[in-house]
Design a protein around this ligand. Structure first.
Ligand code: GLP
Length: 242
């Protein structure tokens, strides 16, 4: 695991943008695993700027998103499909047909999840997977638990995640109680993983990920088993690590 500690959110976003731009340059039809949340917004902004300057070409890039609330319509401005369009896809020259986000309206979720996993495999797997980290150590929506489901699945959000994500919704009651998420093993199939963490409210989760035991109670700790992970943390997020 490579750990880069940077000054602040701005620097974290810039370093991440360099890494993703280099990936796309070295393999123009890269399959990128993408994440939502506040953390990657700066990265997406920088990639959009680089695209506008003609430095990064998304024409052949394919993307797979980690997760989506369930149920939710793609037009809902809190859906992760809406977020991805707004933060990245509508700002770069990507072909939307090459972007996959789990379908928050899927009726048969088991069939949907199996097909999602098969599509990732059919693309040759993910070249570079972007991750954020939940305040409780979740990745995607793989919430802390005694056991984890390895592949894409429907899951219930923990009360603490519902509270954490309520800031984006009109009220806590409006936060969907479920989500479709890639599993830990889906993430582990990625050739490279880049995790971003910024801010004091991520310090406990980053400490548990790096210093704690490998444990499904901190899903992010399992990343220590992946052969190619880069964690880019700002000083606040790294402040409790020993
Ligand atoms: C959300 C998402 C995760 C994200 C995390 C952190 O619930 N499902 O993919 O990494 O929580 O979000 P934020 O970056 O807003 O702190």
């Amino acid at each position: 695991m490579k750990i880069l500690v940077v000054k602040n959110y701005e620097e974290m976003s810039a370093r991440a943008a360099e890494i993703f731009a280099a990936q796309i340059k070295s393999k123009p039809d890269s399959v990128l695993g993408l994440a939502t949340g506040s953390t990657p917004e700066g990265l997406y902004g920088k990639l959009a700027e680089a695209n506008a300057r003609g430095e990064v070409d998304f024409a052949a890039v394919r993307t797979v998103n980690l997760d989506e609330y369930y149920p939710i319509s793609p037009e809902n401005d809190q859906s992760y499909r809406y977020f991805m369009n707004k933060q990245l896809f509508d700002r770069v020259n990507i072909d939307k047909a090459n972007t996959m986000v789990p379908d928050g309206t899927a009726k048969d979720t088991d069939a949907f999840c199996q097909a999602y996993e098969e599509k990732i495999d059919a693309m040759g797997g993910i070249d570079m997977q972007l991750l954020g980290i939940g305040r409780n150590g979740h990745i995607g929506f793989n919430e802390p638990d005694g056991e984890l489901i390895p592949f894409t699945h429907l899951t219930a959000l923990t009360p603490s995640t519902i509270v954490a994500n309520a800031r984006f919704f009109a009220s806590e009651a409006d936060v969907p109680k479920h989500a479709l998420t890639m599993g830990i093993q889906s993430v582990f199939k990625a050739k490279k993983v880049v995790m971003l963490a910024s801010g004091k409210d991520k310090a406990d989760a980053v400490k548990a990920m790096l210093n704690g035991n490998l444990n499904t109670r901190c899903p992010a700790s399992l990343l220590r088993l992946h052969p190619d992970v880069t964690v880019i943390c700002d000083e606040d997020a790294y402040s409790l690590v020993k």
